[in-house]
Ligand binder design. Structure first.
Ligand SMILES: C[S@@+](CC[C@H](N)C(=O)[O-])C[C@H]1O[C@@H](n2cnc3c(N)ncnc32)[C@H](O)[C@@H]1O
Length: 169
């Protein structure tokens, strides 16, 4: 059953109503059980521990993929935010391009990719450029209106490499 939905970088699964959702394969590159400086526990316990830049799953196996990668590149390695959310490398454009590409590869045609981005250091517009597909629609939320929820639909008409005119014809 755990082949319907992939959470490509689940972290501590804060956004899940059921963090043991039976339809979802929870993946993260890290596995961690620690305490943050303010005493809050931080548990990252994925089903699989893979790098979203190079996933082992076959093409098109998931109906939905959630992609909520780290959004900070200017943060100390030991800072609680880096511990909780991970940290981008200097080469984040290349990493997120590979991440998007892998998430779309394992997503079936007609599947949905949900992307979440916190626009505190890097513009959402810049990050969307890393995706091989155009976004469909989105919503901005959060106290400071910096959390962007964006939905992609895997269809050749939405592929950036496709000519929209020839696809529509
Ligand atoms: C913003 S957090 C995810 C938060 C999560 N959605 C939640 O609800 O708590 C980003 C996560 O991406 C993970 N990550 C960073 N680089 C990764 C990679 N190359 N492959 C897989 N996971 C990665 C980090 O370990 C971190 O847990």
């Amino acid at each position: 059953m755990k082949t319907l939905v992939l959470d490509a970088c689940c972290g501590s699964k804060m956004l899940w109503f059921d963090n043991d959702n039976p339809l979802t394969l929870f993946n993260d590159v890290r596995s961690l059980d620690t305490t943050l400086c303010d005493g809050r526990p931080l548990v990252i316990k994925p089903d699989t521990q893979e790098d979203f830049r190079n996933l082992s799953f076959a093409d098109g196996v998931f109906k939905m993929v959630l992609f909520d990668p780290p959004h900070l590149n200017k943060v100390g390695d030991g800072a609680w935010m880096a511990l909780k959310y991970g940290k981008l490398n200097d080469d984040w454009k290349s990493d997120l391009t590979k991440g998007f590409s892998e998430c779309f590869r394992v997503l079936e045609d007609g599947g949905v990719l949900v992307f979440k981005w916190n626009e505190v250091q890097i513009k959402t517009k810049e990050v969307i450029q890393c995706s091989p597909y155009q976004p469909m629609f989105g919503h901005i939320s959060g106290k400071r209106a910096d959390t962007h929820w964006i939905l992609f639909f895997k269809n050749s008409a939405m592929s950036k490499s496709a000519s929209k005119h020839s696809e529509a014809a």
